[in-house]
Design a binder for this molecule. Structure first.
Ligand code: FHN
Length: 452
């Protein structure tokens, strides 16, 4: 009994007992149990950032075809059921010998990300095709054995640290090029992954996000030992934030589900009980669009903003992807979209950054975010110039339209609901941001933590 009391007191000293969805998934080995307060503190910058840049880039940009997926060889243990075993694609696997992106400038990429209003950057250090974009000592299949001979991860990490932009590393556990991947008990490849992650999480300073991209078929723990890999990552960078793709993509294992969910190429549903981030391509192309594609078509900035608002009003982040070309340049069409998004963020960023999704659940009309006593209604659809929402407990003391001082929205509020009326000439054709100032914190409007 005495021990239970001591544990209970220790729990409070550690800042409160873990609640569901946070620490219960950590291994119960004492030290690694993370209390909710500690989890929230570690996730704070990431949750407040709301918007990051994803970059998929390697020598596939020479061919202008989809990174890894355009490699005409087996994809061991993957979706298509290929067995383990390396089969060469003599064209794809030799592209690196001509890879010389002389126009690559990490500081320019980070500058563009900042101009777009992005608050963190995640870069593909190694994709499924196995090519390594850093000075790894564990394989010759790397950027150091190209005409370019520069450590891209190093230069990007330095540029991010210099610009105070949190830096993330994407690392694919799937490696269709590595001869030991998934062979036998996988012991050799397991050692390879551990060595590479030790290089990446030791040699480049602070790494803020570990963006895994899953193993192929095989038990996440018994075969791939993904729990060991996750423990190594946390030992090397204790404050790092890890996504939910540490294991086999077809298996859900609570102990390795990481810190946030990763809906892909779709906007996540409203979820405020566990962080999430939608990763989305900026380019549309058959079978992907993640990396530079000669046949790609860039999306409109309005589409990208719709995605960002859709994520934020659902209490999630958007990781928007760019695919640099073979010269190391983010193409003008992609850069143009990012610049336009950044212009919008200059005026409306306060309705995204540092907000939480809610208190109204998003729907066909749009969605809401909140911060302190402010609720931001992101309205994409009016009904006869009116928006009708569920009732609020607090009183609306002021109503305005962000970015439009001339607009005079009218708010009617009673126990049955809240109606906002705004003449069409003051509505934005994509997204009107109506600001409601309450007489109490907006968070109080959630019902048992759930949106209205
Ligand atoms: O197969 C990859 C794909 O190329 C891309 O990297 C995305 C990004 O989340 N992840 C995998 C598909 O789920």
């Amino acid at each position: 009994m005495k021990k239970v009391i001591m544990l209970f007191l220790l729990g409070f000293l550690l800042g409160g007992f873990p609640l569901s969805g946070y620490a219960q998934d950590q291994k119960k080995d004492g030290a690694s149990v993370e209390a909710k307060d500690a989890f929230d503190a570690r996730m704070k910058w990431w949750r407040e950032a709301r918007f990051g840049m994803f970059i998929h880039w390697d020598m596939s940009s020479i061919a202008g075809t989809e990174i890894s997926w355009s490699r005409k060889a087996t994809k061991p243990l993957d979706i298509f059921g290929d067995k383990a075993g390396y089969v060469e694609d003599p064209v794809y696997d030799n592209l690196y010998k001509q890879f010389n992106p002389v126009k690559f400038n990490a500081r320019e990429w980070v500058k563009l990300a900042k101009a777009a209003g992005m608050k963190y950057l995640v870069f593909t250090a190694k994709h499924h095709g196995g090519f390594c974009m850093w000075d790894t000592k564990l394989t010759d299949y790397s950027i150091m054995n190209t005409p370019f001979k520069r450590d891209v991860v190093k230069e990007l990490a330095e540029a991010c640290h210099r610009a105070k932009m949190p830096f993330g590393i994407y690392y694919s556990q799937r490696d269709w090029h590595h001869p030991d991947y998934g062979i036998g008990d996988n012991a050799k490849y397991h050692a390879y992954i551990k060595g590479q992650l030790t290089e990446l999480l030791t040699n480049y300073g602070k790494v803020d996000v570990m963006w895994f991209d899953s193993y192929g078929r095989g038990d996440s723990i018994q075969y791939w030992h993904a729990d060991e890999i996750l423990a190594l990552v946390k030992r090397l960078q204790p404050q790092i934030i890890v996504n939910n793709r540490s294991g086999f993509f077809g298996q859900s294992v609570p102990s390795i589900r990481g810190d946030f969910d990763t809906p892909e190429e779709r906007l996540g549903n409203f979820q405020n009980t566990r962080p999430w981030e939608s990763c989305m391509c900026m380019v549309t192309a058959p079978g992907g669009g993640w990396s530079y594609r000669k046949d790609g078509k860039v999306k409109h900035s309005a589409d990208c903003l719709r995605m960002l608002v859709g994520c934020a009003t659902g209490d999630g982040n958007l990781l928007l992807d760019a695919g640099p070309d073979a010269q190391g340049v983010i193409p003008d069409d992609q850069a143009g979209v990012l610049w336009e998004v950044g212009q919008w963020m200059k005026t409306y960023g306060e309705s995204i950054y540092g907000t939480r999704g809610g208190p109204f659940r998003n729907g066909g009309w749009g969605g809401s975010t909140y911060k302190g006593k402010l609720i931001y209604l992101h309205v994409s659809k009016w009904n006869d110039n009116r928006l009708t929402l569920p009732p609020l407990k607090g009183n609306v003391v002021k109503c305005s339209v962000l970015g439009n001082r001339k607009a005079k929205p009218v708010v009617e509020q009673n126990g049955q609901g809240l109606v906002v009326t705004l003449p069409q000439e003051h509505q934005d054709k994509h997204n009107t941001v109506v600001v409601l100032k309450l007489n109490a914190p907006a968070e109080n409007e959630l019902v048992n933590g759930k949106p209205l």
